[in-house]
Ligand binder design. Structure first.
Ligand code: THU
Length: 129
């Protein structure tokens, strides 16, 4: 099951707009509707205005009408595996459960599988959610 997500993330990485860092990243989400939503990082000449691949994929999922991440894959061309940055972990956790699997990939496939809880332990929780 994770292989198609890996391929979707790798395909999404080709759409990265990363002319400044030259560090393309791709992400793919399987949502509760069974569909796969993808994203790539999108940078900006005003550097802080750029954003990561993961929120692009989350945005695609939300606009597709889904709300829940069942599993997710992340890949970066220039890393043996790409752990999502801290901000992305928080963003992913908004739509994931503690047991949601995140596949960290390289160009050949899934290299490491981690749960949301492993990626973001002791996460921020309030009575609001
Ligand atoms: N990046 C991501 O897309 N996801 C991450 O989890 C880490 C970093 C992007 C942001 C920027 O466009 C490039 O990688 C270099 O930091």
């Amino acid at each position: 099951m994770s292989h198609d997500l890996f391929e979707a993330a790798r395909g999404a990485m080709a759409f990265a707009h990363a002319p400044y860092s030259k560090f393309p990243v791709g992400a793919a989400i399987r949502a509760e509707d069974g569909r796969v939503y993808t994203g790539a990082n999108i940078e900006n000449l005003s550097f802080p205005q750029g954003w990561c691949a993961e929120p692009t994929a989350i945005g695609a999922m939300i606009m597709g009408g889904a709300k829940k991440i069942v599993e997710m894959a992340v890949i970066a061309e220039k890393l043996p595996l790409c752990p999502p940055c801290g901000g992305c972990r928080q963003k992913i956790s908004e739509f994931a459960g503690k047991d949601t699997k995140i596949y960290l990939c390289d160009e050949t496939g899934v290299k490491k599988t981690m749960t949301m809880e492993e990626l973001l332990p002791f996460s921020f929780e309030t009575e609001l959610g």
